[in-house]
Design a binder for this molecule. Sequence first.
Ligand code: FES
Length: 199
Amino acid sequence: MTSDNVNNGRRRFLIGATSAVGVAGTVGVAVPFLAAWQPSAKARAAGAPVKYNISKLEPGAMVTVEWRRQPIYIVRRTDEALDLLKKIPKNDLKDADSENLDQQPDYARNDTRASNPEYLILKGVCTHLGCAPKFRPEVAPADLGNEWVGGFFCACHGSRFDLAGRVYSGAPAGANLPVPPHRFEGDAVIIGEDPEAAS
Ligand code: FES
């Protein structure tokens, strides 16, 4: 056997041994890696649906709950507020008919953007750069002008939304405030579940 043959044989052996170690090493690290990816109870809870009892929410009032680390606005609209909503000219809104399908589930794709018109459920996250718009239910307040019929005002850059979360034309925000999945169960609303989850 020449020294070349010896070296080639040794090289093959070394490559084989290295590969075997490589595979074993991969298996060895894969187990703890996968284990680390099991979501903790806390992480699972962070994505879990949130239930809120709406029976004590006064007409005209809003409450904020947290779901998936985001503020969720729950507004109990009055009949007057719903009437005013109908009077807003569609041309004043960027997406009056909720044509952007990403911004609400099908059951909220209507004039009030709600499955129950009395209750508006929205993510309180401005679709411009993510500030939390302020709830401004008053009609014609001095700072928002005579045309204002109630809604949400984002003080960061001045986006205006109506009481269905629809963005007004001229605002820097491009889309309506998102409606999260939700369903009603007795006196409660469950944020994070669609109505069909109950059937
Ligand atoms: S973040 Fe709301 S207008 Fe810019």
